[in-house]
Design a protein around this ligand. Sequence first.
Ligand code: UDP
Length: 149
Amino acid sequence: MERTFLAIKPDGVQRGLVGEIIGRFEAKGFTLVGMKLITATRELAEQHYGVHKERPFFAGLVNFITSGPMVAMVWEGDGVVASARKIIGATNPLNSEPGTIRGDLAVNVGRNIIHGSDAVETANEEISLWFKDEELSAWTPCLTPWIVE
Ligand code: UDP
């Protein structure tokens, strides 16, 4: 079953949006298989955003990501990687469609409240970076037959 890594960033936690954000993925019909409140070390943040290390916003991004607790999560479901990216919306919240998390709840690219893996391969790398195997629970919600034919 496909899995993705989602993280509510420190601004989402500070703004009290944890329940609102998690609720959107629950309501969609995806399954939460791992979750923890974690303040990322600089090493973890730099590894997570390693692809951006030459970009001008990298230092600020690492400072921001390590500035407070995040809610790190693993979600499971058919097509969950691409679907979660649609639910999250465009990177710059000013370009995110209304109805998306960033479109509804954020205005600034440097404070865009949530991360979501951009591809299945990246998702698997990010899941193993943030979680140990024993922190993930494979389970079948009793509602599954009402969500997936
Ligand atoms: N970011 C930023 N300034 C920029 C571009 C990106 O602060 O000009 C941050 C922003 O938090 C974004 C993250 O870097 O979410 C990763 O950028 P990416 O292009 O991978 O966007 P995402 O996958 O998060 O939509």
